[in-house]
Design a protein around this ligand. Sequence first.
Ligand SMILES: [Zn+2]
Length: 492
Amino acid sequence: MSKNIKVWCLSAVAAMMVFALLFTATAGNRQVSAGQDNGYHGKPAKYVFYFIGDGMGMPQINATEIFKGVQSSNDPMYSEKLNFAAFPYLGMQTTQAADTFITDSAAAGTALASGYKTNSAFLNVDPTKRVKYQSMAELAKAKGMKVGIVSSVSLDHATPAAFYAHQPHRNNFYEIALELTDSGFDYFGGGGLLAPTGKKKDQPDALAIAAQKGYKVVNSHNEILNLGQQDGKVIAIQPGLAGEQAMQYEVDRTSQLSLADFTRKGIELLDNPNGFFMMVEGGKIDWASHANDAVTTIRDVAAMEDAVAEALKFYAKHPDETLIVVTGDHETGGMTIGFAGTEYKTAFGKMAQQKISFEDFDKKIKTYRETVGAHGANLSDWLPVLAADYGLVDLTAYDRERLSAALNASMLDKKQRSKDEHSYLLYGTYEPFSVTVTHILNQKAGIGWTTYAHTGVAIPVFARGVGGEAFQGYYDNTDVAKKMINIMGLTQ
Ligand SMILES: [Zn+2]
């Protein structure tokens, strides 16, 4: 062999090796994690709380502060700062997905859990669907920490799933549930599962599989309250769930467990010498904002604040070892404080009497529709109900016009309703009468909404405790995860 051919052969072998390496680097099932040095070189945080308000932007937080102020004081200018808004460190994160400026919860969840950008609807897989991302929860579990995932919506929903699942679509609920059973995480609490036996209901029950894999599955009030560390790995599902396997909206909740109850139970189950990581999602802040229902949104933000209070009690006992981060995945609804009809005025007191979520109010409309039929509706039947459920009494002629038109639209069977642009802008895909009631009430209070979907604005990040100072500044949502991975000492 001549020297030239030898060199060529060696180069070819080298090229093939490089190709093989590159190929493995992009081929299916490769797992990567986003550990990165973010400048924190102190002792790793031993106990980490990650609160994610789904759809919780600054307007949702500010509105809750003003609403709480109105409820607790006679001073119309008093607003009560939320416990996490008083954290010493504040930053802002941009929220866009890889493919759109307005993200969905799966891409945002992937960024916040694992530190990577992907397309909307993708869960912990790259935009080519070939690489899987490891979440901070998986890294924490691998390090020997205990891990808990709590959500007020179903446990297989995009945000909680972003901490344990890797799927090309967020709606692969059965596959997500199977990944939940394989996660080995120590505590799942809150809502249920959307498709425990698969889309066609013909697969083995995911909760039975979880039990075979060593999970104690409980779904009664007392069983959940009585859980202790001796029970090992647990899945605790709120009994009497509302729609879509989610917990009730806080405004509708009576004696059921709260998000704070599930958080407190998590601390009890997870506390151990190796430390823990717990993600708590206020998932229905988003749903209420999609529906443009301000009070239901606000009450769910307050429920998350109560859950943060549980973490703060733990923090008070372990201030040198605990990190608490509170953020949102995106804003929902284009909520703002300020409406064209009220200009510089606000009157949040007008919302103080709302006792019901749009979800429960929709049920009343359904019963009425079934009673009076498509053409039998009369707004006067509803005036006492609007006064009792919403405190809505000062109706103008224009309000009545809007309410009557919406009531008539709500009396039609869903398939017969107009799907034109005008109807969509007025009602979205919601019950026309219900969404018109909250629009009118919210507008009288000085709250405006621009969309029934998400928006693309930046979101605040509040931090307290070990490494909290790293969250100051203006960065990307992927950086929130990178910072946390760094502070937990999970950098690879
Ligand atoms: Zn979301």
